[in-house]
Design a protein around this ligand. Structure first.
Ligand SMILES: *[C@@H]1O[C@H](CO)[C@@H](O)[C@H](O)[C@H]1NC(C)=O
Ligand SMILES: *[C@@H]1O[C@H](CO)[C@@H](O)[C@H](O)[C@H]1NC(C)=O
Ligand SMILES: *[C@@H]1O[C@H](CO)[C@@H](O)[C@H](O)[C@H]1NC(C)=O
Length: 480
């Protein structure tokens, strides 16, 4: 965060890019579209849908339950769980426990929009040029092959990784480098660049996949060209999970040999963790935020306790749309309740560590629905996230992104629904417009219309109406 732009209390100048102004934004919108259709189904709103989104709608659960794990059946294969059958050819190969030589691929129903992942154990060899991961069998084996997208959400344009079980040892390319630690292969693409997706789609799932190795793991990263500065931005967190350098898979001329390669990342719960599904032992979303605090050396591991000090509230400024039109009034209302309130714009391409430090010095994050609220991840546990939900019956959608994740982080989650009187839409359209009188009709006319009305508005908060929400946040902090 550059000082000239984003000094606390200072309104950002025109030259500051808005929080969402980058390529990840458009991608984030597309993802929101998919979530939107899920939500439409959950809230029983009637909406005309195409066959393509009907699939999405069939899956309501965003949480993968323990034991729900399923083996995928690719076309023409009876099952995808492949274990080297060394008993069939009792040759001079060292006999290995078949548990140590195996390839297990799991997937969700595609209607949940998630990609398959594979875990390959044994003598595993990678070829960056071919973007392949091959398991060398102990004895004779049938050749199996799967194409795995190295990004959590399916339908993205990343090059697929070919995961194969080779027919025999002779088919294996010789190792250029032999590693003794496991590797995790994932790609940069999809919705990456949107702050919420950076965490939800990569950083949290990568923590889940790699924490068990205590740094003894190599990250093989594909498609870096999509957003090269992504790896720079999150370098500190990546180094917190792996003691070794990242391998740029698209430019890796070596054959690397590992005892285990995990291909793709699993997303069990949006922007959160299902503790029972973490390989190698239970971890929670609170463990993730603790990891981030330790790695960034954030000073505050708990909210304010001294009764003589005012709790601090961070109001997230947005530059172009879904803006607060009366920030000074909101700041006053927060101060009237007892907070020290500060307006800050958080910039997407600013220094992640600096931004995290700023947020960590607060007890409350307050903002209109958007990726900026992801910053709550840096609040100390016991803090509060207040999401202001724009007018237009979009509460369910807005909550999906932040309500449970914040609760899982050990934060208190509150939201405030903007009324028509507080929305810029009323002034713009008049009280008789369907978007004001009948939001359901807008939802029925589809995503684009819904987006253009309800996600492009600005809000002027009625601070009398908002005060009880601020008080709730204040009282929550005082209770600790
Ligand atoms: C990797 O795969 C490519 C494409 O199949 C092949 O041409 C190349 O020889 C392989 N690299 C090594 C080091 O074996
Ligand atoms: C952030 O992005 C803007 C516009 O793309 C660029 O001018 C600026 O140098 C970037 N700042 C950093 C710290 O990367
Ligand atoms: C603000 O909200 C209060 C309480 O709901 C209400 O009485 C008042 O009329 C509202 N003010 C405006 C300007 O709408």
């Amino acid at each position: 965060m550059s000082k000239s732009c984003c000094e606390e209390r200072e309104r950002p100048r025109k030259s500051c890019p808005p929080v969402h102004a980058n390529s990840g934004f458009a991608a984030g919108v597309l993802f929101a579209l998919l979530v939107y259709f899920l939500v439409q189904q959950q809230t029983a709103m009637s909406v005309a849908t195409t066959a393509a989104v009907a699939q999405w709608i069939s899956a309501k659960q965003l949480i993968r339950g323990p034991g729900e794990m399923q083996l995928i059946k690719p076309p023409g294969e009876s099952e995808i769980l492949v274990t080297s059958d060394m008993h069939r050819v009792p040759d001079k190969q060292p006999i290995q426990d078949s548990d140590n030589v195996k390839m297990v691929c799991t997937t969700e129903d595609h209607s949940r929009g998630l990609s398959a992942t594979c875990k390959v154990d044994g003598d595993v060899r990678t070829n960056g040029t071919a973007l392949s991961v091959s398991l060398v069998p102990v004895g004779w084996s049938e050749r199996h092959e799967w194409m795995i997208s190295p990004y959590t959400r399916s339908g993205q344009s990343l090059r697929a990784v070919t995961v194969t079980q080779l027919p025999d040892r002779a088919a294996a390319p010789p190792c250029t480098v032999t590693h003794t630690m496991p590797a995790i292969l994932f790609g940069i693409g999809g919705y990456v660049g949107n702050y919420w997706h950076d965490y939800a789609d990569i950083l949290v799932p990568l923590f889940v996949a790699s924490r068990q190795y205590h740094g003894e793991v190599t990250f093989l990263v594909s498609n870096i060209k999509h957003l090269p500065r992504w790896l720079v931005k999150y370098k500190t967190l990546l180094q917190g999970l792996s003691k070794y350098g990242v391998v740029d898979m698209d430019h890796d001329a070596y054959v690397r040999c590992f005892p285990r390669v995990t291909v793709g990342l699993r997303l069990d719960k949006d922007f959160s963790i299902v503790p029972e599904l973490v390989p190698g032992g239970r971890l929670t979303m609170a463990d993730f935020t603790q990891f981030v605090r330790e790695t960034y050396a954030l000073p505050r591991g708990a909210v304010i306790r001294e009764p003589y000090k005012k709790p601090r509230l961070l109001l997230i400024h947005r530059g172009t749309f879904r803006r607060f039109l009366n920030e000074p009034e909101i700041v006053q209302a927060a101060e009237a309740v007892g907070f020290e309130a500060v307006v800050t714009e958080l910039r997407l391409n600013g220094s992640e560590v600096e931004q995290a430090r700023v947020v960590n010095s607060f007890d409350v994050v307050l903002g209109v629905h958007g990726a900026g609220l992801t910053n709550a991840v840096h609040l100390p546990p016991g803090g509060v996230l207040i999401q202001v939900v724009p007018f237009g019956k979009i509460e369910v959608m807005a909550r999906l992104d932040f309500s449970e994740p914040a609760t899982d982080m050990g934060l208190k989650y509150l939201d405030y629904s903007v009324s028509a009187e507080e929305s810029s839409l009323l002034e713009k359209l008049g009280p008789d417009h369907p978007a004001i009188k009948d939001p359901d009709s807008i939802h029925r006319s589809g995503w684009t219309t819904m987006y253009d009305f309800y996600l492009m508005q600005n809000v002027r908060i009625n601070t009398t109406r908002f005060a009880p929400t601020l008080e709730q946040a204040f009282n929550h902090l005082r209770k600790q």
